[in-house]
Design a protein around this ligand. Structure first.
Ligand SMILES: [Fe+2]
Length: 131
């Protein structure tokens, strides 16, 4: 389970809230592996994750634009790349017979990108919201 804490705070309530929702969605992936009918529920959850990622990135980009964050274009490229990657991986997994191990793999994959992205990229815009 990933638990949100202050080290992930970008100093903007709306974005912190969305990151927390994202953590919850990723945790749901992990808990799904303990369910017997995970094959049926997985596509719904993955769809939710993909859609939430799109919504969240859009919100973040709009807010960065509002404070004229100078590296917005680069940040948008990272978002696009993450969106494409998650979509591809989710698609790849639902298109074949799903095993709990695949879900665990996807869970770790998503954990890894969200933590890295928040710590290494999102925190860079934090000072621009504190002016
Ligand atoms: Fe971001």
């Amino acid at each position: 389970m990933i638990i949100w804490d202050e080290k992930f705070s970008v100093g903007v309530e709306k974005i912190d809230d969305q990151h927390q929702t994202f953590f919850e969605l990723i945790n749901k992936l992990e808990s799904l592996t303990h369910e017997t009918n995970f094959e049926e529920r997985l596509p719904i959850l993955l769809n939710e994750i993909v859609e939430y990622a799109a919504l969240h990135f859009k919100t973040e980009e709009k807010m960065m634009e509002a404070v004229q964050y100078p590296d917005l274009e680069q940040h948008k490229i990272f978002h696009q790349r993450i969106k494409d990657d998650i979509y591809m991986e989710c698609k790849r997994i639902v298109e074949r017979e799903v095993h709990a191990m695949d879900i665990i793999w996807l869970y770790n994959y998503m954990l890894d990108w969200i933590k890295t992205h928040i710590i290494e990229e999102d925190l860079k815009y934090k000072p621009y919201f504190q002016k």
